[in-house]
Ligand binder design. Structure first.
Ligand code: ATP
Length: 459
């Protein structure tokens, strides 16, 4: 499905969803910028996640940790010593590959010009471990090698939650089980960023660390898996396109008793969207050991003290958005029998994530009464949702433009709105035509009802 993926990437650029970062200067590998529509889509996905995982729950609170991370935090978590992928280099062209993602020996860029029959394959070094963290220096320390000046861009959002869990506990009145949620940037110096935004060097995660009693961990892991699958179907990634992998013992982190990967059928193959892992007492235990501070939970009723266990649903925001985009993309053949070829591109976003909720379209731009009425409707809706006003081109063209960016509702202001009789003598004064993106059906809605009508349909 390379062709489908190419079309999606090209639409993302031409409509302003996603651009390559630094494109003007040849591009910064593994980094992406969200354009006007991509930014709205991303905000909507994050807000929906936050609503489901924080606002609608009494047992989960949010936090927003710093990206620059203390070296000791990542030493305790094991990232400084062990967050690496096996890497091989070609001794001839110097290209670098992830050793565990090579299905065959790649063609060497330098040897590519050799005549037929000659061996053109890369000459690979033995695999060595390559640490994926971005290291940086803090402050104006005179000593280049001062270990205290080293900091890292966080490789995951989780660690800031673990190291603040006690402060959160002490500053709230939470009792087990409870969760701390965070959405934020993470950075990994991936050896081969690829598949559009799927594997980037800078990306966002949406994570909950859910703290519980040891005896509840396995059950809660299964419950979280179900909740997360439900979330994806609510934002337009149906259950049938998702695959749950129950990771076998030998592939799981040693401290995890259970890990599920949720994978999606991307056009480039079935790939991970999210991991739901039961991490036991590992993280808090490690931070207790390294910091020397007591991080136990005290149960006031039973008087027990223990290290809470953790269940972690960890989703990638950019991967989720890529799945939402891939799922929404559709080219529909509307050619009538005997007529000329007619295709429409339509992004079938769920209204809750659609970047533009409604387009306001006066039928004609040179009729001041139509334009004035349309601007009234615009003023009515604008404080409540992202709307788009468009008065150029024929109405049919304008509908199609909105289809391409996934706007679920188009609102046309026509002569009937202003009081002209309908085709069967109806009085449509102060109503508008609402056209539905997917069915292309139209209905009339009173302007006085329009706001609640839309609000009920875009949640
Ligand atoms: P992968 O095996 O694909 O490298 P991972 O198993 O290392 O991913 P985790 O450490 O479990 O990933 O991170 C949780 C989530 O963060 C992933 O499910 C994914 O959605 C997202 N994520 C991880 N790495 C990247 C990346 N390089 N680009 C975009 N998203 C990522």
């Amino acid at each position: 499905d390379t062709e489908r993926m190419e079309k999606i990437v090209s639409l993302c650029k031409s409509k302003g969803f996603i651009f390559q970062s630094g494109e003007l200067y040849g591009g910064l590998n593994g980094c992406w910028d969200y354009g006007p529509l991509g930014t709205e889509l991303k905000r909507n996905v994050k807000e929906f996640w936050w609503r489901k995982n924080v606002l609608e729950r009494e047992d989960i609170v949010g936090m927003d940790g710093s990206i620059l991370t203390h070296q000791a935090v990542l030493t305790a978590s094991g990232h400084v010593g062990g967050f690496s992928d096996p890497m091989v280099d070609c001794k001839v062209c110097n290209k670098r590959y992830r050793a565990d993602q090579l299905d065959e020996i790649p063609t060497c860029e330098k040897k590519a010009q050799l005549p037929k029959g000659e061996d053109k394959s890369c000459e690979l070094t033995e695999p060595k471990e390559f640490n994926l963290m971005f290291q940086t220096k803090m402050g104006a320390s005179a000593d280049e090698n001062d270990p205290n000046a080293i900091a890292y861009l966080r490789p995951e959002t989780a660690q800031s939650i673990f190291v603040q869990y006690k402060n959160v506990l002490d500053s709230t009145r939470l009792k087990l089980p409870f969760g701390i949620a965070q959405i934020g940037k993470a950075f990994r110096n991936e050896i081969n960023p690829r598949n559009f935004t799927f594997r980037s060097r800078e990306f966002e995660q949406m994570e909950v660390e859910y703290f519980c009693r040891p005896e509840d961990g396995l059950r809660l892991t299964d419950e979280w898996l179900e909740k997360r699958l439900e979330f994806y179907s609510e934002i337009g990634v149906p259950r049938e396109k998702l695959h749950v992998l129950d990771i076998p013992d030998e592939d799981r982190a040693h401290y995890s008793e259970k890990t599920y990967d949720i994978e999606y059928d991307f056009p480039f193959g079935q790939q991970e969207l999210e991991g739901v892992a039961y991490r036991g007492a590992y993280d808090i235990g490690k931070h207790q050991e390294h910091s020397g501070k007591n991080l136990e939970y005290f149960d006031a009723e039973t008087k027990e003290r223990f290290i809470p266990h953790v269940v972690e649903p960890s989703a990638g925001c950019d991967r989720t958005i890529l799945a939402v985009i891939c799922e929404a993309y559709d080219v529909e053949d509307l050619t009538k029998e005997g007529g000329k070829k007619d295709e429409r591109t339509v992004m079938r976003f769920q209204p809750c994530v659609a970047p533009i909720k409604a387009a306001i379209l006066p039928l004609l731009k040179n009729k001041p009464e139509l334009v004035a009425k349309a601007k009234e409707v615009k003023a009515l809706l604008q404080p409540h949702m992202n709307i788009f006003y468009d008065e150029t081109a024929a109405i049919g063209r304008r509908y199609r433009r909105q289809d391409e960016v996934g706007t679920p509702f188009c609102i046309a202001i026509d002569f009937e709105t202003l009081g002209e009789e309908g085709p069967n003598g109806e009085d449509f004064t102060d109503t508008v035509t609402v056209r539905h993106r997917d069915s292309m059906e139209q209905e009339r809605v009173a302007i006085s009802e329009l706001l609640p009508w839309l609000l009920a349909r875009i949640v």
